[in-house]
Design a protein around this ligand. Structure first.
Ligand code: GDP
Length: 191
């Protein structure tokens, strides 16, 4: 399946999955800690400045829906990791995310992790939850241009342990962007 990622339109921001746009289409969601490079990645994938860059900490708790090639919704999930663990805000956020992962139209989850920071509990729990729900997941290591060989090797091991396809990405030089486009297309057509 060929997807034209540059055919992309912002549809809406919504706080709850009940407000998902119609018509219902398969969804591909992007998750990651704040500042991981999620907006940059979405912009690179689509070849347009479409995602809203670096939202203020704790402010944006919305799912942003974009329609790509009239085929699927690219969903920019709120960045996590702003607040202290166990705070009311974080609990609401976790249950919202957990609710979203049970959403029937969700077909592919991309979990982003800064390659130098690696995969931590937040990313692992997302990957585990996706697996439990039978949703395909892709682990995307961002800022690979910043990493040493030893850090890349360690990240590769982590990816294998997490049982996810891992892609190393660099936004400034567009390294592996087209590979990621193919992986998303493949995951969508194999669903
Ligand atoms: P978001 O909060 O996850 O949406 O992150 P942004 O896309 O706003 O990126 C956060 C910061 O990381 C910005 O200063 C970006 O320029 C930088 N950044 C994003 N991707 C990369 C990358 O692949 N390599 C490097 N070196 N910096 C990046």
């Amino acid at each position: 399946m060929l997807i034209n990622f540059s055919d992309v339109t912002f549809i809406k921001s919504c706080p709850l999955i009940d407000d998902a746009p119609s018509p219902r289409l398969p969804e591909v969601a992007f998750f990651g800690r704040s500042n991981v490079g999620k907006s940059s990645l979405i912009n690179s994938l689509c070849g347009k400045q479409i995602a809203f860059k670096s939202k203020k900490a704790g402010k944006t708790r919305l799912l942003n829906y974009f329609l790509v090639d009239k085929t699927f919704y690219l969903v920019d999930a709120p960045g996590f990791g702003f607040t202290l663990r166990g705070s009311e805000l974080d609990q609401n956020f976790s249950s919202m995310m957990e609710g979203y992962l049970t959403h029937v139209d969700l077909k592919v989850v991309l979990v982003l992790a800064d390659v130098r920071r690696g995969v931590k509990e937040d990313e692992l729990s997302l990957l585990r939850l996706a697996k439990k729900k039978g949703i395909r997941s892709i682990l995307v290591y961002t800022k690979a241009d910043n990493a040493k060989q030893s850090e890349l090797a360690l990240a590769l091991q982590e990816g294998q342990i997490a049982g996810a396809d891992a892609v190393f990405l660099s936004n400034p030089n567009k390294h592996n962007i087209s590979e990621l486009r193919s992986l998303v297309a493949k995951a969508l057509s194999n669903r």
